[in-house]
Design a protein around this ligand. Structure first.
Ligand code: NAP
Length: 265
């Protein structure tokens, strides 16, 4: 993949991991098509890119969980840049909560994970990623351009307490590369690789929305002993883009998580 001539489409590009990927690939000379929900978020992201000397980008406001928005997003990317090479669907959210919360004394249920919180997470993380991947893949397959799709899973695909909605969405996404690449082989779509990544705890605004004492205890299970920086994720994607042997799988980047920490004596 010649990154200087590559067109990179990133959703959730106004914040966190998506914004770091935009900066990194922008500095490498790629053309950027940057998508997020809010115009203001995109404006700030655009101003930042200009401040670091990255000028070859277009921003596009869309709700990636909406089928029509997804179609418009892809059409506009092709209209502007003529092709899409790398697709990184980073848009995502969390709405943490336990399935059931009991009153200590009476054992009566005082709250439960709401259907809205369940649906919001599945709509954006899973349905949105599906739409972005499907609609970009359609154009990339027809265009025959060298391509790479990078669905974003999470280390919490392993099943994080308080994140039934989020973990469910991320385990599903971790299967995208295997299933899609199998279908591409069947249909002789050989120009597109699909490699997922499953980051561990990464320093972004999303983590600020987590229960901070839970996060602190989770970090004790990380061998690296610190949060991952978004730039470290961007560099992994740069590597994936140049290594054709990586395909049909989801790669973890976690700093070394030991799930059984606290049990071993
Ligand atoms: P972030 O900083 O919150 O960025 C996510 C961006 O997606 C935000 O700008 C958000 O906009 C946008 N977004 C949300 N819903 C959208 C929609 N319907 N349409 C378009 N844009 C939408 O999060 P992040 O930490 O960078 O996460 C990026 C991806 O990495 C997510 O898929 C996340 O699950 C995954 N991940 C993160 C971590 C971590 O530790 N941070 C670990 C593993 C995986 P608003 O802010 O306006 O909602």
């Amino acid at each position: 993949m010649d990154l200087k001539n590559a067109v990179v489409l990133v959703t959730g590009a106004g914040s966190g991991i998506g914004a770091a990927i935009a900066s990194h690939f922008g500095k490498l000379g790629s053309s950027l098509f940057l998508v997020d929900k809010e115009q203001d978020t995109l404006k700030n992201a655009g101003n930042f890119l200009i401040s670091i000397g990255v000028k070859n980008f277009e921003t596009f406001a869309a709700d990636i969980s909406q089928e029509l928005d997804s179609k418009k997003m892809v059409n506009q990317a092709i209209k502007r840049f003529g092709k899409i090479n790398i697709v990184i669907p980073c848009a995502g959210l969390i709405r943490d909560g336990l399935l059931l919360n009991l009153e200590k004394e009476t054992k009566k249920v005082k709250s439960k994970l709401s259907f809205d919180d369940w649906q919001d997470v599945l709509n954006v993380n899973l349905n949105g990623t599906f739409l972005t991947v499907r609609d970009c893949a359609e154009k990339m397959a027809e265009g025959g351009w060298p391509g790479l799709i990078v669905p974003i899973s999470s280390v919490n695909k392993a099943g994080q307490l308080g994140q039934l909605n989020y973990s469910s969405s991320k385990i599903a996404i971790s299967l995208f590369p295997k299933v899609i690449i199998g279908e591409f082989l069947l249909k002789k779509i050989l120009n597109i690789r699909v490699v997922g990544i499953a980051p561990g705890y990464t320093r972004t605004p999303m983590l600020e929305k987590m229960n901070q004492s839970v996060l602190e205890s989770l970090l004790k299970t990380v061998h690296l002993n610190r949060l991952i920086e978004p730039i470290e994720i961007a560099k992994l994607i740069e590597h994936i883009s140049s290594n054709e042997a990586l395909n049909g799988t989801t790669v973890e980047i976690t700093g070394g998580i030991c799930h059984s920490h606290g049990v071993v004596k």
